[in-house]
Design a protein around this ligand. Structure first.
Ligand code: NAD
Ligand code: ZN
Length: 360
C-alpha cells in the first residue's frame, strides 16, 4: 500500500507576508461571534513582532514558554485555558482558529492544542499513530526558526509521562502556513545553526535510508543543496533559502523517514532535556560509521559557523539514565528500519546503542 498523505492546504511565502495574516484570518472568522487564539513564543513578548499580530477584541493571546520542549501536561494546561476562555463566550463555543507563532516547539504546541479542543481526554492518550478521532480546530503555523519541518509534518512531538512520541495524524497537519523569512532573521546564531542542522540531518537520513523513493529524493536533494548554500557557501538571502530548505526537508521525510541520529536524539532529549536541534548535532557527530560523508560535511559546517558542541555528556550519567535513553531510542522501530533495513535488530543491539551514548 502506498501512503496517501495529507499536506498543508495553504501556503504563503515571502518577505513581510506575515502582514497578510489579518486578511487570511478574516476569511475564517465567524462574522457574528469571532474569536481566534494566538499561541506565541514568549521570546517575542518585548519584540516589535508582538505589535504586528492582528489581535481583535474577542481573541485570546497565550504566551507560551518553550525552555522545555512540549510536554503533554503543558498541552493539557493550555487546552484548559482555551476551553475556559471559550466557556466565557458561550457554552460549546470553539475558537475559529488557533495560530502558533514560534519555532518547532511552539508550532507543535499549537497543533496539539488545536487537536485537543475537539478530542476528549489528555494529549498523552493520543501519542502514537492515527489515534485522533475528530477534526482539529482550523490551525495556522508561522515559523520563527527554520529547520524542523514542523510546519509541514503530520506530527506534533510531545514528551508524555511514559515516552517522547508524536501525535501523528492527518488532522495534525496545519491548514495554513505563513513562511516569512524576515521572522527568522533575529534568531541567535547558535540556535539558528542547531535548528538548521535538523533539516540537514533530515536530508542525510532520508537520502541514505532504505525507505527512499523519488518523491522523497527530489525534495531531499533540493533541501540539501539549500542547506549547503546557507551553511557552507554562506550565500546571500540565506533566510529565504533556509526557510525553503526546512519545507523541502520536511516534505522529504514525510514520504520516507528519519534515521539513527533522530532515534538517539530522542533519548538525549527525553532523559537530559536537550532541545531537538542541539541533541541531533551532538549525536550526529558520532555517526561517521553510518553517514560518513554527511558527518564530514557537518563538521565543516560547524567550523564555518564557529559552533562548539558540548562534550562528555555521558560522564555524569547514571546506569539508569543510560538504560532509559536506550529504551526511548529502541521504541522508534521505523527509524532504525529506514536506516539499517529489515535486519536492523541484529546490527543495532542495546549494547551498541549504549556504546554510542557513552561516547557522547
Ligand atoms: P524551539 O521552538 O524549541 O526554540 C528554541 C529556542 O529558540 C527557544 O528558546 C525559543 O524561544 C527561541 N526562538 C524561537 N524563535 C526565535 C527567534 N526568531 N528569535 C530568537 N529566539 C527564538 O526550536 P526548534 O529547533 O525550531 O524546534 C525544536 C522543537 O521542534 C522540538 O520540540 C522538537 O521536538 C520539535 N520538532 C517537531 C517536528 C515536527 O515534525 N512536528 C520535527 C522536528 C522537531
Ligand atoms: Zn528533526
Amino acid at each position: 500500500m502506498f501512503r496517501n498523505f495529507k499536506m498543508v492546504s495553504r501556503v504563503v511565502f515571502g518577505r513581510s507576508c506575515f502582514d497578510q495574516l489579518d486578511d487570511i484570518l478574516y476569511e475564517k472568522r465567524n462574522k457574528t461571534a469571532s474569536s481566534m487564539v494566538f499561541l506565541i513564543d514568549d521570546v517575542f513578548m518585548q519584540n516589535k513582532l508582538a505589535q504586528r499580530i492582528p489581535v481583535q477584541d474577542q481573541d485570546l493571546v497565550l504566551w507560551v514558554n518553550v525552555d522545555d520542549e512540549p510536554k503533554t501536561e503543558y498541552v493539557d494546561e493550555l487546552t484548559n485555558k482555551v476551553k475556559a476562555f471559550c466557556l466565557e463566550i458561550s457554552p460549546n463555543h470553539l475558537p475559529d482558529g488557533l495560530i502558533g507563532i514560534g519555532g518547532g516547539s511552539t508550532m507543535d504546541l499549537a497543533k496539539a492544542v488545536s487537536l485537543m479542543l475537539t478530542n476528549p481526554g489528555s494529549s498523552a492518550d493520543y501519542q502514537g499513530w492515527d489515534l485522533i478521532k475528530n477534526a482539529a480546530v482550523y490551525h495556522v503555523g508561522i515559523p520563527t526558526l527554520a529547520g524542523t519541518g514542523a510546519e509541514v509534518s503530520r506530527t506534533t512531538v510531545l514528551s508524555g509521562p511514559e515516552k517522547k512520541l508524536g501525535i501523528n495524524s492527518d488532522q495534525t497537519v496545519f491548514d495554513q502556513i505563513v513562511l516569512d523569512p524576515e521572522l527568522i532573521a533575529g534568531a541567535p546564531a547558535d540556535q539558528r545553526f542547531y535548528t538548521g542542522m535538523d533539516c540537514y540531518i533530515h536530508c542525510m537520513e532520508s537520502l541514505n535510508g532504505t525507505f527512499l523513493n523519488t518523491f522523497s529524493q527530489s525534495y531531499g536533494e533540493k533541501a540539501l543543496s539549500l542547506c549547503r548554500g546557507v551553511f557552507l557557501d554562506m550565500v546571500p538571502d540565506s533566510d529565504d533559502k533556509l526557510m525553503m530548505a526546512s519545507y523541502c526537508g520536511g516534505m522529504s521525510i514525510a514520504y520516507s523517514q528519519v534515521g539513527i541520529c533522530h532515534a538517539l536524539s530522542y533519548g538525549l532529549s527525553y532523559v537530559l532535556g536537550l532541545h531537538h536541534g542541539i541533541g541531533n548535532c551532538i549525536a550526529f557527530d558520532y555517526l561517521e560509521e553510518y553517514y560518513p560523508e554527511g558527518v564530514h560535511e557537518f563538521r565543516q559546517m560547524m567550523e564555518n559557523n564557529s559552533i562548539k558542541l558540548p562534550r562528555n555528556l555521558a560522564a555524569d550519567m547514571t546506569n539508569g539514565q543510560l538504560d532509559k535513553m536506550v529504551d526511548v531510542a529502541l521504541v522508534l522501530e521505523p527509524l532504525w528500519e529506514n536506516a539499517l533495513g529489515n535486519g536492523w535488530k541484529s546490527i543495532m543491539t542495546r549494547d551498541r546503542i549504549r556504546e554510542l551514548y557513552q561516547q557522547m
